[in-house]
Design a protein around this ligand. Sequence first.
Ligand code: MLT
Length: 249
Amino acid sequence: MKLNVHFSPAQTDELYFSGKTSVVIDVLRATTTIVTALFNGAREVIPVNSIEFAMKVSGNAFGGQTLLGGERNTKKIEGFQLGNSPFEYSHEVVAGKSIILFTTNGSKAIVKAKFSENLYVCSFQNIQSVAQHLAELNKDVEIMCAGRVGSFCIDDTICAGKLVTEIQKLKEDVELTDSSKASVVLSKSYGKSIQKILAECEHGKLLIENGFEQDIAYCAKLGGMEIIPYFTGGMVKILSKPRNNEFHG
Ligand code: MLT
């Protein structure tokens, strides 16, 4: 089993992912928000790569049970019901709903990896379940960090490194590419205070400037929402049921 990390989606094109097993990570905040929405009972999350497409999808389908969510420059988009803060995706708001999600990096990264044979969504909150599932699947894995507008970002890379480490704990014969090894080193250096590094990284600072300080602490939480979000037919759904029904909002 070989684990490879992509520091940003800009490194590869869509066809690279054909037939692969992939994981997308956007800790701040898209994949944390997707995990929260599904954990809190959303039927599915439909990631899209343009606002126009989000509008089109919401107009056409799902019998009025849709909510448009996401951000531009960290803020809610005009005409959308929800922004991209995980706190907005409570059980009361999202249960039974289909969420169409557009974000600057995260939703686009998922769409980019759509030709994968298996595609999962990971955040710090569900890292154990994703690691366990991948170890059992025993296939090579492409871990894609959503990054920041085509560039490296440390928050996603630390989460990728932690995912690699968790898989290594469960399996002996794991081969790491150079990028995987680098992500593990970063994760070991900074992983003891995830909240601190999230607050100090470029995207964290931007979120704090825009009033989302609470989101940083939330996105830094390890475990608690152990679900496996799986992309199929253009939608992200839960592959396995939550082990408990607690709301961690
Ligand atoms: C993204 O996809 O770039 C982020 O989720 C943006 C954000 O944190 O609002």
